[in-house]
Write a protein that binds this ligand. Sequence first.
Ligand SMILES: [Zn+2]
Ligand SMILES: [Zn+2]
Ligand SMILES: [Zn+2]
Ligand SMILES: [Zn+2]
Length: 237
Amino acid sequence: MPELVDLLSLWPVVSVLASHLGLGDLIQLARVNSEYRAVLHGFPPPAPRRVELASPDQGERPQAVREDLFIGRHQTPLWNQLKARANLDCTEAMHFQGNTTGLCRYCSMPVCMTCIVRASFAHPFNVWRSRTGYLCIDCWTTGNPHRDRTYRQAPEKRTSYNSPPGKGDFCRCKVNDGWLCWRCRQFQVRDILLRRHQCVGEACSNPVGPGREQRCICLWCDLPIQRFVSLKAKQSL
Ligand SMILES: [Zn+2]
Ligand SMILES: [Zn+2]
Ligand SMILES: [Zn+2]
Ligand SMILES: [Zn+2]
């Protein structure tokens, strides 16, 4: 007897199903487990999971991303075709009406402008200013990525950070880039006090340490923030 996940591997079935789903429901379906994720993206079936943990002397970090999940490589032709068929309905529980809908920067769930404006009135904190996290000196110098990063492309094991001012990529996010659903909006500000003192590096709980402003990164784009440069720029205006 075929299971739902088997039926999803048939294009005539999955393409019709997608056209009757909201994009949020389709994304949730792909997040049921690694099998659903694989079949909806056209990935090879995932390997059976081993339950034993790697011993520390094997040099493998406990939060290492599984290769067979193809994290960050999810923009496949199949997935993009299915998403294009789904309806771009706002998924917020409090949604009433609103027609400008985009995807949440963190979780990709569709959310409309009206719900974003309503959330900003209900909890008027500055999401742009609170998008920051700090790395300890070790994580900064070794290029340890931050633990809540989103995978827009295949994850790098190490990120090369540059201290501003200097060469390299820096955050260029604007206020309008903060298209966040209610849940992610709460998530971003919930730990802001903790993030001022504790490193946001993956698998690290070190204190941030002195000079943290030079190791500040943007949680939206994962790049360093040029704090000193922007201060100078402001003064010259
Ligand atoms: Zn809405
Ligand atoms: Zn979200
Ligand atoms: Zn750290
Ligand atoms: Zn940014």
